[in-house]
Design a binder for this molecule. Structure first.
Ligand code: HEM
Length: 236
């Protein structure tokens, strides 16, 4: 993989290229400093305070977040969705075409290998307002964007015209989506409920995402947890 990336990088930089492949698009995105919103320390602080306010109001301070609390934590759900939209763990999904077909005017011959660019679909500027900005509010019911959180994830995706596909879609869509969502909400909920955090280098925080087949950050985020409330103690 390193060799393929290197070859594309060399060809791109020396202008020796007559065709553009998906790898080139991914490399361009990695190079473009405007392609990724850089969340500031203050931006993250405001977001975390909003999450803590919701958790305190809905769950309280004397018990941990539980599964049955999740439907009432709309902002937490919106943050998880917006994170998966901007940073899908698998930015590409793969298919093989079983018969000749035409999609959007493009003829796709039988047996073609297809790579679906989940990253680009989730940030399609025709579907998303300010597509490269982290705006969890877009998923809230009153956002006016018709992307509101719905109990039936697959139905919601269909209505959104498949513009939000962090778990892929169709028959080979991720079968672990429900489990992943449950674990993400509960884990993130408990972490934010119980801890504040000190971010190393918060003043020049950079959320830039690297190129590649998993969504690693270019600059790893290092946080130190600071106990905020301990519901396990408060309960006794
Ligand atoms: C945040 C967590 C996760 C994300 C973002 C994610 C995303 C994805 C994506 C994009 C695909 C490809 C779907 C497609 O080609 O249409 C996939 C496939 C798959 N995922 Fe996940 N996944 C997650 C968690 C999980 C978990 C927890 C499990 C199992 C417990 C799981 C099991 C699978 C399996 C077995 C496939 C292959 C399905 C097939 O080829 O038919 N995933 N996942």
């Amino acid at each position: 993989m390193d060799a393929i990336i290197k070859k594309h990088e060399v060809e791109r930089r020396t202008g020796r290229k007559d065709r553009k492949y998906m790898m080139d698009t991914l490399l361009e995105t990695a190079d473009d400093e405007n392609a990724e919103m850089k969340l500031t320390g203050n931006g993250i602080k405001g977001l975390l305070l909003k999450l803590q306010e919701e958790l305190d109001r809905v769950v309280g301070l004397d018990k941990l977040v539980e599964d049955f609390d999740i439907p009432n934590l709309s902002y937490l759900q919106a943050v998880v969705k917006e994170t998966l939209r901007m940073h899908p763990s698998l930015p590409l999904a793969f298919r093989k075409c079983r018969e000749d077909c035409v999609v959007n005017g493009y003829r796709i011959p039988k047996n073609s290998r297809l790579v679906l660019n989940v990253y680009a679909i989730n940030r399609d500027p025709n579907e998303w307002r300010d597509a490269d900005e982290f705006i969890p509010e877009r998923f809230l019911v009153n956002s006016g964007e018709n992307l509101a959180i719905e109990p039936d994830e697959l139905e919601a995706m269909k209505r959104q015209n498949y513009c939000f596909v962090p778990f892929g879609g169709g028959r080979r869509g991720c079968p672990g989506a429900g489990l992943a969502a449950a674990v993400l909400h509960r884990t993130l909920g408990v972490l934010i409920q119980c801890f504040d955090r000190k971010i190393k280098g918060a003043e020049k925080l950079n959320m830039e995402q690297g190129a590649g087949f998993s969504s690693a950050m270019v600059h790893p985020l290092i946080c130190y947890p600071v106990m905020r409330v301990n519901p396990l103690e408060t309960a006794h």
